[in-house]
Ligand binder design. Structure first.
Ligand SMILES: Nc1ncnc2c1ncn2[C@@H]1O[C@H](COP(=O)(O)OP(=O)(O)O)[C@@H](O)[C@H]1O
Ligand SMILES: [Mg+2]
Length: 137
């Protein structure tokens, strides 16, 4: 999972949005953490944004936003978080994207994680819009 996250991270550019789907414990935070850490110049803690909803990081790829929308009360709060602006200028990694409702970019990469065993995970990528490099993974 960490290797896949770093590999996907190496292709991401500002404006790219990855929606992380899967049940609790699937590895959405694990994936985001591994991706962010692979792009950090100085290793930093990457806590789960369960309560802050959003954590931002300056990385070699530019600004990365890690969001966990599980505790989002209402879609109006998305504006307060500044997520829509981030869709344009930053790389956004979003857990519980179901909470976004209509507030999502036209182009995004859906990543669905299924639990197949204690340490087993199956990751399915659904590119929405133009993601030419996904074929190369
Ligand atoms: N192959 C794997 N990929 C990702 N996480 C795994 C894997 N195998 C075991 N795990 C464990 O599963 C848990 C995933 O937790 P987390 O990333 O917080 O899930 P989520 O954010 O989807 O709720 C972690 O404790 C992690 O160590
Ligand atoms: Mg999580």
């Amino acid at each position: 999972m960490a290797a896949l996250a770093a590999r996907i991270g190496s292709y991401l550019r500002p404006g790219d949005c990855v929606l992380l789907e899967g049940p609790v414990g699937a590895g959405k935070s694990f994936f985001a953490r591994a991706l962010i850490q692979s792009a950090q110049t100085v290793p930093e803690d990457v806590p789960s944004p369960t309560f802050t909803l959003v954590q931002t990081y300056d990385t070699r790829l530019g600004e990365v936003w890690h969001a966990d929308l599980y505790r989002l009360g209402h879609v109006d709060e998305l504006a307060e978080l500044g997520l829509e602006e981030a869709f344009d200028g930053a790389i956004t990694l979003i857990e519980w994207p179901e909470r976004l409702g209509e507030v999502r970019p036209a182009r995004f990469l859906r990543l669905v994680i299924d639990i197949t065993g204690d340490d087993g995970r199956q990751v399915t990528l659904h590119p929405i819009g133009d993601w030419p490099w996904v074929e190369e993974l």
